[in-house]
Structure formats: C-alpha cells, structure tokens
Design a protein. Structure first.
Lengths: 204, 204
DNA sequence: CACTCTATTGACACTTTTTCAATAACGCCA
DNA sequence: TGGCGTTATTGAAAAAGTGTCAATAGAGTG
C-alpha cells in the first residue's frame, strides 16, 4: 500500500520529518510506546530503518519528538482565550478543548498515554501542554474573579483538570445520553463548586 | 547476595512464582516497565532467564502478571468498608486509600504509570482495580443515600475518582501547607458537591 | 545531459528476547 | 540408605530489535 513507486522516494528533510512524525502520532494512538518499534514505523512509512536514525538519532528521541508534536498540535489548535466575563470564557476554553479532543482523538490519546507511562522528559512535555491549557483556563479565564490563588486552591485546580481530562476522554469514548452542552456545563460548573469546598474558601 | 548456595535451588512452582512476582513488584517500584528486563530480574532472583520463560511465557505476560499482582495488593491492603453513616464511611475509605498510597508511594506510582502507558490489557487491569475502589466508595459507601445512579452521575463519579487520584499523588509528592485532614475533607466533600452540579440532579 | 549534493539504503555489529534439549535437585520407595 | 523417576532448572544457540556507517542513487542545476 505504501511504496508502489520504484525504489526510493527522495523527499526534502522537512517533508520527511513531517511524514514520520505524523505517522508516529497516528500509530501511537493505537498502541503503547514500546510497541511503536523502529521496525514497524519504517515499514509503515515505506523507508529503511536507517533513515529513521538519520532523522531522529535513536528510538527515545523519536518518541520524544512524536509526543512533542502531539503536544504542540494541541496547544496550537486549541483556540486562544477570548474576552468576556469569566464563566463565559471558561466555557469557551473548555469547548475549544473538548472539540480538539473530539477532532484529534488519536493525537490526543497518544499524548496522554505517552505522558503517563513515559520517562521524565515525556512527562515534562505533557505537563507543559497541560500548564498551557490550565494557564488559559485558570489564570486567564477565571482567576481573580472566581478563584483566589492559594496552595489549597492550586491543588484543587490541578485535581479539577485531571477530572476534566478524564471526563472528556470518557465522554468521547462513549457519550451515552449526555449531550455536549451538558458535559460542558458540568465541567465548567464543577470548578467553582470544588473551590467552595476548600476549607476557609467559602465566600458568602 | 542471592544464591550463596551451590548450583541450583529447586522450589515448588508456587513458591517460585511468588518469589518472582514479589521481586517484580519490588523492582518495578524504582524503574519503569521497559527498564524491567528479563536479564535484570533473572539476575536479581538468582535464576536463569530460561526459568522466567518457563513460568511466564514471555516478557509481556510477565509484566502483566506483575501489574496484576500490584493491583491485587492495592485492593487487598486497602481497608474494606466499615459501617456507619455514608459520609463517615466515604471518609474512612478515602483515608485508607490515601494511607496506602503514602505507605507504598513508589509501588503505587509504578502501577499507575505502567497501566497508563501500557497496552490494552494493562489498562484493563488498572481499570479493574479502580472500579473495585470506586465500587466501594460509590456503590457501598455513598450510594442510595447521597448519589442516585444515572449515566451522568456515573460519568461524574469517574471524573471524581480521577481527581482523587491526582490529588493524592500531588499531595504525597508535595503536601505544602495542606494537612492530611484537609485533603481528606476536600476529597470527601467534593463528591456531593460535584453531583449537585449535574443537570436535573440537584436535590432540594 | 552530465554532475553534484545529499537523502536514502543495506549490510553488519551489538543487545535483548525467546526457544528447547539436556541436566540435576528433590521426594519416594525399596 | 541409596537408587530412581519426576520435573524444576539450566545454558547455549536462534530470533528479534536497536544502532552504525560506507556505499548508492534521486532530483535539481548549470
């Protein structure tokens, strides 16, 4: 299916890098990191193993590049924050995030899986992406108006975003009778609800 | 250190299996799954590589068995539910879970990481353990009294337990000024607070 | 239409996983 | 107590995967 043409196909380094990274992200969605062997990827791409080493030094570096690409893609494609009142902005951010996961299920899955099971470097890449999202949602979208920043609330927001991730992934896998709007509303409303539960945080 | 005795030590299949699984779990606490090579394990156990294959077919199956054992250990050591009124029982369960993670930090982290980053089977094992924990917390400790079971609440409870896991892991890594009791209270109080946020779920 | 530049290959070295016929520990029975 | 059979265990060798590098051949250029 790949490589119907004669013997070699010579691409520009940029094109080839793109191709290999994209393929990597796609393949990673349906298998774990260590099942993503150089052999498999080379075969799927229709190239020799040697070429992969030419572009990415070794397996680890390749994995890192794949994960980084998934993360960059997430950050880039997720809509930047808009203005408006805090809760509305929070909803908008969440919607952008949800839509991204729906549209790029594979890439997102790759990112999450690799990050959770991977080494320090991989987790950092993931954390970076998450911070970037949380940064938008927490610090820009909602803070100052909804949430005071204390160690306890920071912890809770961290927990909240883990919850959001789980909810989105679960919902995408099986929405059941829950609509997109209901999901968004639950996620958005959860944040203030959780903050209220923090001791010494209840306003009014 | 191992194997001071003569050449071979012949154990009963059960004993050997136990030994290898226990050792596997112990080693997994300080390294990732794919750093847990057959070579390493065989050496640490003082046996030949061949014997591992005799007991566990291949590396994957061995990993699976190790993760399953770690999961079983978690479930077993976590205190079974006590009786009392629902919120008190929820608190007790959460405390047992938290204490387990504190006492077995490395092992627990390994379990989570291995499961999250692994293949379908590994993730299923982890899901099973999680369901079992949720089962206690949700169905036995709190249900019928606090939470009606609908698709939406099921989703929310799932999200809540992801949050609890994240909170516990974050807190164990760096408690900051948050006390154990505050953490427990926040986690326990979160559950009803979240359920209230589900549309058509607000009781009174 | 050569010619050059460099993307790409393939064969080889090395590490780790997997196989399996041969070996020897342990319990049993005389 | 000592031979004997069962089977847990080994070790060597095949297979699979990772990494290296000099040789090869596309594709644009003058």
């Amino acid at each position: 299916m790949t490589q119907t043409t004669s013997h070699r196909t010579r691409l520009s380094p940029e094109q080839r890098r793109e191709q290999l990274l994209d393929l990597g992200v796609r393949l990673l969605a349906t298998r774990s990191l260590d099942e993503l062997s150089i052999d498999l990827l080379a075969e799927e791409a229709g190239i020799s193993r040697g070429l992969l080493y030419h572009y990415f030094g070794n397996k680890h570096d390749f994995h890192e590049a794949v994960v980084r690409r998934a993360a960059d893609d997430l950050i880039e494609k997720t809509a930047p924050p808009v203005d408006g009142e805090p809760m509305a902005r929070l909803l908008t951010s969440l919607a952008a995030y949800l839509d991204y996961v729906v549209d790029n299920h594979e890439g997102y899955l790759s990112l999450v899986k690799a990050a959770a099971g991977g080494n320090e470097t991989l987790r950092e890449i993931y954390e970076e992406a998450r911070s970037s999202l949380n940064g938008r949602i927490f610090r820009e979208d909602a803070q100052g108006t909804i949430i005071p920043e204390t160690p306890a609330t920071r912890l809770v927001v961290r927990g909240w975003s883990a919850m959001v991730e789980e909810l989105v992934l679960s919902w995408v896998a099986d929405p059941g009778p829950v609509t997109r709007e209901e999901l968004l509303e639950v996620m958005a409303a959860s944040l203030p609800a959780l903050v209220e539960v923090v001791p010494g945080q209840r306003p009014a």
